[in-house]
Design a protein. Structure first.
Length: 202
């Protein structure tokens, strides 16, 4: 396991996952537990919610952080570079990666949930496109840079990766898919010395 991945694992798992990754990230905002100086971190969905909390956590640990996502009213610290990104658009994905010559960590935190409405097939497809296919787009686009830096990918999963949710069939399916996607890419890219982690949150 690379030193970067070891740091990430210790950072995240040191706080009970029962309280969710957002709680762990918020605690990190108050102190720098690990040194990510010189490391470039890209967080999709980094403009709001869990992704925003993760972005601030890496900033507090010294990383050069890029928060990529849709417009949001939630403020980001000035030191975080904010870029627009719709993970369903390959053009957006390629454009964002083209502006990052060196990448050490990719965190796929972009995600949506549409309770009850997910029984509509159009909504179902859109949720999967954002949560699952969007993560795959990012992984594929970032892989060459992560191969060069021997970096790592953190995919944000869910407790619903492991059991169903009666009101959220698309969200549950997408997060179950994230777990298997992470395992599959870890096998496929093992020879590249890229680490992939799958972090379930509430």
């Amino acid at each position: 396991m690379t030193s970067t991945t070891q740091k990430i694992s210790r950072t995240i798992w040191s706080t009970s996952l029962h309280k969710g990754l957002s709680t762990a990230a918020l605690r990190l905002q108050n102190r720098s537990m690990f040194d990510f100086s010189g490391k470039t971190v890209l967080v999709t969905g980094g403009t709001s919610g869990i992704g925003r909390a993760v972005a601030h956590a890496f900033l507090r640990s010294g990383g050069h952080v890029i928060a990529a996502g849709l417009p949001s009213d939630e403020p980001l610290q000035d030191e975080i570079r904010q870029v627009p990104l719709d993970v369903t658009l390959i053009g957006d994905v390629e454009h964002v990666l083209a502006t990052i010559p060196k990448l050490d960590v990719l965190v796929n935190a972009a995600g949506i949930i549409r309770r009850d409405a997910e029984f509509d097939l159009a909504v179902f497809s859109h949720v999967l496109d954002v949560n699952l296919t969007g993560a795959m787009r990012m992984c594929m686009a970032a892989h060459p840079r992560l191969h060069t830096s021997r970096g790592c990918i953190v995919n944000i999963a869910s407790m619903l990766s492991f059991f169903g949710g009666g009101r959220v069939p698309a969200y549950s399916a997408s997060k179950g898919g994230i777990s298997q996607l992470t395992r599959s890419l870890a096998i496929a890219w093992a020879a590249d010395d890229n680490e992939l982690s799958n972090i379930p949150v509430a």
